[in-house]
Design a protein around this ligand. Structure first.
Ligand SMILES: [Zn+2]
Length: 307
């Protein structure tokens, strides 16, 4: 239905409300983890097509990334949407309590994130047209926000070339403009290799990889006092070596996530964590190997109050 030209962008937003809510509900119903958001990407792509956006599928070679553009001339205004779910964070619709489950779900609301960004893109495009103002609007369907650094690969692939402004948001319990910041972060897996032995019959022959990850945790926890209070270190045991206490565990893996305000601080802190891992290997008589599984720089925002 054509919208009466009142110059009020909220008319365009309201006109799209039912469609955007239906999109959000559909994405909620098919929670898909990072880089596996095929149905969710298809649902957003369909709405882009329905509103006449020119599609660029598989942005930067990523099968679940999509970009749609509409409008004439410049500037180019980008709206960023996300639609990946979280592992083990399903909840019943309308419920406020977390329901422990192993199912995936939109625990932090990316069903809303993709749909509302797309609503904004269509509304701004329609408003520009009605107001006869120049400008192109792009919607970027960005995969893998939850640990997969999807936008990093899209930037590297040149997906944002020509964009004058990029607008993003995240669902919250309140509505407002936050001082935008995000810490630079890196994820590293440390795998310790020791030597298995019977823990009662021949413990002197064993070299415990379980001891090694515990020593690493102790070392890192002592390190916390001597790092910037703005930095963060988290860890999770990916492989604790096994379930039998009478076996000296021969291989373990612990995943570390290190965060800091900027890249130079991050790289220095990550190196200190690596050295703690070396120390733990030395103390336990094991070997350690580390691999970086992901990393992103801190957000460089352009808030409205910063000229
Ligand atoms: Zn989120």
């Amino acid at each position: 239905m054509p919208i009466r030209n009142t110059g009020n962008i909220w008319d365009h937003v309201d006109a799209l409300a039912d469609e955007a809510i239906a999109l959000s509900d559909s994405v909620w119903a098919v929670p898909e983890l990072c880089y596996d958001e095929h149905q969710s990407c298809a649902l957003h792509t369909r709405m882009l097509t329905d509103h006449g956006f020119v599609l660029t599928p598989q942005v930067a070679g990523i099968s679940t990334a999509v970009m749609g553009e509409s409008g004439k001339d410049g500037p180019v205004i980008a709206f960023l949407g996300e639609y990946d779910a979280l592992p083990g964070l399903a909840a019943a619709p309308g419920a406020f309590d977390h329901i422990p489950t192993i199912e995936n779900g939109h625990g932090c609301g990316h069903n809303l994130l993709g749909a509302a960004s797309l609503l904004a893109a269509v509304a701004v495009r329609d408003w520009l047209a009605v107001m006869q103002l120049p400008g192109r609007v792009r919607y970027y369907g960005c995969p893998a926000e939850e640990g997969g650094a999807g936008k990093g690969f899209m930037v590297r692939g040149g997906a944002f070339k020509g964009v004058d402004a990029a607008i993003s948001w995240h669902p919250s319990p309140f509505c407002g403009v936050l001082p935008p910041s995000s810490l630079a972060n890196v994820r590293m897996d440390f795998t310790f290799t020791g030597r298995s032995a019977h823990a009662a019959a021949a413990p002197h022959l064993g070299r415990s990889a379980l001891d090694a990850i515990e020593l690493m945790s102790v070392g890192v926890n002592y390190l916390r006092e001597h790092m910037l209070p703005t930095s963060r270190i988290h860890y999770a045991y990916i492989n604790a070596g096994g379930a039998a206490p009478n076996v000296v565990q021969a291989e373990t893996t612990v995943r570390y996530s290190v965060r800091a305000e900027d890249l130079s601080e991050l790289l220095a802190l990550a190196e200190r964590v690596r050295q703690v891992a070396q120390g733990a290997a030395l103390m336990s008589g094991t070997q350690v190997q580390s691999i970086v599984t992901g990393g992103v720089a801190n957000l460089l925002p352009c808030p409205p109050w910063k000229k």
